[in-house]
Write a protein that binds this ligand. Structure first.
Ligand code: TRP
Length: 451
């Protein structure tokens, strides 16, 4: 099979791809999850485990996904099919692409709702809603906000419409333009927040929490947590890297670029911790994870601090940029598929896919208010989709990618695609994808499902 040039267009340069992929990797996971689990699981000890997971699972699989995408130059579903057929394997291996696209679809439905929250919090910050508020007032503010289906629906709609317009504008005119602006802007704001954090008086306390190694806190659970986080944070197993890989010009080294993406993602996750913890500690607040860290704890801190209003606005702008650049990656696979397979224009595909995701998003919207009593296996709608995607679909499709690339497809094809010059490094990659990654993922999967 000769290289097929994607009908969606190509990245204008290696850096365009790097920006788009790194911006997709850096998202809510880096900001609200990584710092917290690191602090809770032994600081630097956990960081080491996490880096280990990136090395034996995240990075090799990211390289594999990008390579598969580029080899085929098609949307994730047809790409996995084409590469399978090329190696005389069953076209059914396209299940990898199908699972990926479906996972991206589901994840985006709630991701967009939460990206919408940050838009609302930018406005709240601008209006000074956090100034001098105590923790009850901030909690009321948050609970009133998520308790109102209208406001959540409004911001969810704004986010999805922005995603649709960006995606409809195409790879270069849409995605590239957005990531070239939002990714550096996000990084600059984050660096500004780090400088701000150094002025809080609790900077060292924050650093100690994040980096002092405490191996006694490291349990088997932390190892599994690190693996799951590596997956989610690098945007793997959701069709995103497959889709973005399809637009990568042939001359670009996949191995080198993937290393840069993984480095950027990890560095920014650490930086988020360096920015957030001192601010929280300086105000004697408890460290939590997820929505409550971002939307309840931090606003109290900002409300009490000098220039807190300015930095609260900057913080939520940063959060929105991080989430938005992940959202446009989550929809790319479906849109490319609809465009290439169903023969509708990219614009129509963006509207159709975005419209369906918008509808699906109401499950997440209502699970915070009028529908909070509706549960499946004891989880509300949002929690259930999160569980289904992160704990079941992602490990499963990651496992399949490892098996597919490690055992099924033509070794020379993938070798040429990856372009690792040093034969030793290539062997190490191959060994990892063939043995280490599937075993590691199977271990996480079994643990998550049964324990
Ligand atoms: N990696 C993003 C984060 O850390 C979120 C994410 C998960 C994602 N899966 C994705 C982004 C797939 C794009 C594509 O928050």
């Amino acid at each position: 099979m000769a290289h097929h040039k994607s009908s969606q267009g190509q990245w204008s340069s290696r850096w365009a791809f790097f920006f788009a992929a790194a911006a997709s990797a850096v998202g809510l996971g880096n900001i609200w999850k990584f710092p917290y689990i690191t602090g809770e699981n032994g600081g630097a000890a956990f960081v080491l485990v996490y880096i280990g997971c990136i090395l034996i699972m995240g990075l090799p699989l990211m390289m594999a996904e990008i390579a598969l995408g580029r080899r085929a130059g098609r949307n994730p579903i047809q790409a996995t099919r084409a590469v399978a057929v090329e190696s005389c394997r069953s076209p059914r291996w396209q299940i990898i692409g199908i699972l990926g696209v479906l996972t991206g679809f589901l994840v985006l439905s709630y991701y967009s709702v939460i990206a919408g929250w940050s838009l609302d919090y930018i406005l709240k910050g601008l209006m000074g809603a956090f100034n001098g508020a105590n923790s009850e007032e901030i909690s009321t503010l948050f609970n009133d906000f998520i308790g109102n289906p209208w406001s959540l629906s409004f911001w969810h709609t704004v986010t999805i419409l922005s995603v649709i317009f960006t995606t409809a504008s195409g790879v270069q005119k849409g995605i590239e333009r957005v990531v070239y602006f939002m990714f550096p802007a996000m990084l600059i704001i984050l660096l500004g927040l780090v400088v701000y954090a150094t002025q809080t008086g609790a900077f060292m306390q924050g650093l100690t929490f994040l980096f002092a190694p405490d191996f006694s806190k490291l349990t088997m659970d932390s190892v599994l947590l690190a693996m799951g986080q590596a997956f989610f944070s690098l945007s793997l197993a959701q069709g995103a890297m497959l889709a973005y890989g399809a637009y990568l010009p042939v001359r670009v080294s996949i191995a080198k670029t993937a290393i840069l993406i993984a480095l950027a993602d990890t560095f920014i996750a650490l930086l988020a911790g360096v920015a957030i913890f001192p601010i929280v500690f300086a105000n004697d607040l408890p460290i939590t994870a997820g929505p409550s860290l971002i939307f309840e704890t931090l606003p109290i801190a900002f409300g009490k601090m000098p220039f807190g209003q300015v930095f609260s606005v900057l913080f939520f702008i940063m959060l929105f940029f991080a989430a938005f650049t992940s959202a446009i990656a989550l929809i790319e696979g479906v849109v490319a598929w609809a465009n290439e397979r169903l023969n509708i224009s990219r614009r129509m595909a963006a509207f159709a896919a975005g419209g369906l995701i918008w509808l699906l998003g109401f499950i997440a919207v209502f699970s915070f208010n009028i529908g909070s009593d509706v549960t499946v296996f004891g989880k509300n709608g949002f929690e259930f989709i999160d569980y289904l995607t992160a704990d079941i679909m992602m490990p499963l499709s990651g496992f399949l990618v490892a098996i597919f690339v490690g055992w099924m497809i033509d070794k020379d094809v993938i070798k040429k695609e990856l372009g690792i010059k040093n034969p030793l490094y290539h062997k190490a990659w191959f060994f990892t994808v063939r043995y280490l990654s599937p075993i590691a993922i199977a271990a996480v999967g079994i643990d998550l499902l049964f324990f």
